[in-house]
Ligand binder design. Structure first.
Ligand SMILES: Nc1nc2c(c(=O)[nH]1)N[C@@H](CN(C=O)c1ccc(C(=O)N[C@@H](CCC(=O)O)C(=O)O)cc1)CN2
Length: 283
């Protein structure tokens, strides 16, 4: 039997439809949630994601602006801009699109953003709050993954989750969020020996390695739920994930496709975080 596909695009649309009402209620109270996205340089993928953020914001009634700066922008200038946005009462959420040019220290920039406006959930204060199970801005991709699992009532508590990948944006926080939901979590990464022995134990397998088709049917326990975070562009321009979808769907119980899987959820959870920031706006 073939796995059930978790369609992130459809789920994202349902969530955005619900958010419209939340935003209307806020606007009726005189609060229009506002997101400012900062884009440095002209990376085509980043440009397209930022455009997607603006479009999705507009769909829900969230106002947004994109500040585009050249690749040559100094770290000092970027920090100065963030400081201004931190102090602007009309700005609820600040997002600096990653990756940044090499001459800018990513972590320094993340730590400069006011944690109360950090709608990416990357600031160490918010990561600490997430790790201790407190209410906070959750990193958007991990938040989206947990939302996808819950949308299908996939059991998390007591289940063995194997995460392949240990980035600060996806791998580490998604494992932590699922640990908070009482999963047993194993992290695997590029130095893991005997990857298959771990992946074959997974009830939920989360793959974020950035290698097209890295995970095939022989890595998967029959009936597992497979979450593919990979977004790899092939030479012909098409997108593919880290999981061999055709093979994996014959073994798994649930699977996310690429495109239209985890990706669209990332932007939608950003909107959710922006609404949360607006709700917490200081008078
Ligand atoms: N500051 C941040 N930078 C980056 C983040 C982030 O969460 N915060 N994540 C990624 C990029 N990203 C959002 O910024 C993102 C990636 C993918 C998608 C998406 O919808 N993908 C579509 C395919 C789109 C396409 O055709 O290229 C899909 O998978 O269906 C949205 C957002 C790195 N940077």
């Amino acid at each position: 039997m073939s796995a059930e596909i978790i369609n992130g695009k459809e789920l994202a649309q349902q969530l955005k439809d619900n958010m419209k009402n939340e935003v209307t209620e806020l606007r009726d109270k005189g609060i229009t949630p506002h997101l400012t996205v900062v884009l440095i340089g002209d990376n085509p993928a980043s440009k397209s994601y930022v455009k997607g953020k603006k479009k999705a914001s507009a769909e829900t009634g969230i106002s947004s602006d994109i500040i585009e700066l050249p690749d040559s922008t100094s770290e000092e200038k970027l920090l100065q801009l963030i400081s201004e946005l931190n102090n602007d009462p009309e700005v609820d959420g600040i997002l600096v699109q990653l990756p940044l040019p090499e001459h800018i220290a990513e972590q320094k920039v993340i730590e400069y953003i006011d944690p109360g406006k950090d709608v990416d959930g990357f600031h160490p204060v918010n990561i600490g709050r997430m790790m201790t199970g407190k209410d906070t801005f959750l990193p958007c991709t991990p938040f989206g993954i947990v939302t996808m699992l819950k949308s299908k009532n996939i059991a998390i508590s007591g289940q063995h989750v194997v995460v392949i990948g240990r980035s600060n944006i996806v791998g580490k926080p998604v494992g932590q969020l699922l640990l908070n939901e009482n999963a047993t979590v194993t992290y695997c990464h590029s130095k893991t020996k005997g990857l298959k022995q771990f992946t074959k134990m997974a009830d939920i397998l989360i793959v974020a390695v950035g290698i097209p088709g890295a995970i095939g049917a022989d890595h998967i326990k029959p009936g597992a739920a497979i979450i593919d975070v990979g977004i790899n562009r092939l030479a012909d321009g098409s997108l593919t994930g880290d999981v061999d979808f055709e093979e994996a769907k014959e073994v798994a119980s649930y699977i996310t496709p690429v495109p239209k899987g985890v990706g669209p959820m990332t932007i939608t959870m950003l909107l959710q975080n922006t609404i949360k920031a607006a709700k917490g706006r200081k008078a």
